[in-house]
Design a protein around this ligand. Structure first.
Ligand SMILES: C[S@@+](CC[C@H](N)C(=O)[O-])C[C@H]1O[C@@H](n2cnc3c(N)ncnc32)[C@H](O)[C@@H]1O
Length: 333
């Protein structure tokens, strides 16, 4: 695997309109009700065990992407033995994992040790327009579960656990590892890709002189906003190694001449708000209250005002289909 193949900007530029907020809320409610029913159908001790064992499924899907199996499978049934030969894997081990995933409804099994991806797993492929290959790799990486395994420590100390186990922050750590860096930012881009169009169209960004995306990654969200608001100008701020990958994104959306790219520290180098609006998407959840409070005054004040709370609490994980008319959308998503 090389680092460059992980920056997917190949999704269609036209994103379907977001479904009405009411329909999304109803769908989520229904999903929760069905899930509760499924939980109640089995003895609780088995439900509990299955919940914890769900990690194994994630690891199996991660392995399919990591080893090229998902890209090799496609939607036409393929023999596990052929794939194993092609990818130099152990045929029996591969067959057992594919069969387990098929039993869980995540692959089609057509007999004769042949398998294909189904509707749920098709986005494991890198070429899929809604590919989640990097996200699956990221969440099943060694680093991610390792961090989660330190949750008890975080609960004891109240502090994030990365710093006590590494000699540098996660961003510098990623900088030194091109493959992990590409996977992480590829994953962020995949997530952003799915909601950026409706988000950009749903908020009156055109009412502001500029849109400043603090920690905006490789620029996918800002590119969508500028494409939807042709008179707006944008500023992207992120670490040097990240903004270095933004030009193809801005070029693809034909907004390059309206973007200023700043490689720097979002807490120190953000331009003053003026008549602009700040975007903070998936940023504040990584900061403690003190750090979050050191945001540019305008950004911190707006977050505090819109949520009636401290900036850091306004960035709790939220579903990406946030109604963009909500006042919080200008603070965090
Ligand atoms: C979780 S990612 C979110 C990226 C993007 N907002 C998105 O949602 O796709 C966090 C981003 O913030 C950037 N970042 C974190 N701390 C930063 C800092 N102090 N200065 C500049 N960028 C920072 C990281 O490099 C990364 O791109």
């Amino acid at each position: 695997m090389n680092a460059t193949m992980n920056v997917p900007i190949n999704a269609p530029l036209t994103v379907p309109a977001a479904p009405p907020a009411g329909a999304v809320a109803f769908g989520q409610k229904l999903q929760r009700a069905l899930q509760a029913l499924v939980y109640k159908m089995a003895p609780p001790q088995f439900t509990l065990m299955n919940l914890v064992a769900d990690r194994w499924r994630a690891d199996a899907l991660g392995a399919l992407v990591r080893l090229g199996v998902a890209d090799g499978l496609g939607t036409e049934a393929r023999s596990a033995d052929d794939l194993a030969r092609e990818l130099q894997l152990n045929a029996d081990a591969l067959y057992r994992v594919l069969r387990a995933l098929a039993r869980d409804g995540l692959l089609n099994e057509t007999g004769d040790r042949r398998f294909s991806l189904n509707g749920i797993t098709a986005p494991l492929r890198r070429t899929h327009p809604h590919s989640m290959a990097n996200m699956v790799l990221e969440l099943s990486s060694v680093r991610n579960p390792e961090c989660w395994s330190r949750l008890p420590e975080a609960l004891k100390t109240g502090r994030e656990v990365w710093s006590s186990h590494h000699d540098r922050d996660m961003w510098s750590w990623l900088d030194a590892r091109p493959e992990e860096h590409a996977i992480f930012h590829g994953a962020m881009t995949e997530l952003t890709r799915e909601g950026a169009g409706p988000f950009a169209r749903g908020f009156p960004f055109g009412d502001f002189d500029s849109v400043v995306d603090l920690g905006g990654g490789t620029g996918r969200l800002l590119a969508n906003v500028l494409a939807a608001h042709p008179r707006s100008r944008g500023v992207l701020i992120d670490h040097a190694s990240v903004v270095a990958q933004s030009s193809p994104v801005f070029e693809r959306y034909a907004v390059t001449d309206r973007v200023e790219v700043i490689s720097g520290n979002l807490f120190a180098d953000a331009p003053p708000p003026g008549k602009g609006v700040y975007l903070l998407k998936h940023i504040l959840h990584g900061a403690d209250d003190v750090t979050a409070s050191s945001l540019p005054p305008g950004a911190a004040r707006r977050c505090a005002m819109t949520r009636g709370s401290s900036p850091s609490t306004s960035s709790c994980p939220r579903p990406p289909l946030l109604s963009s008319r909500s006042s919080t959308s200008r603070c965090s998503w």
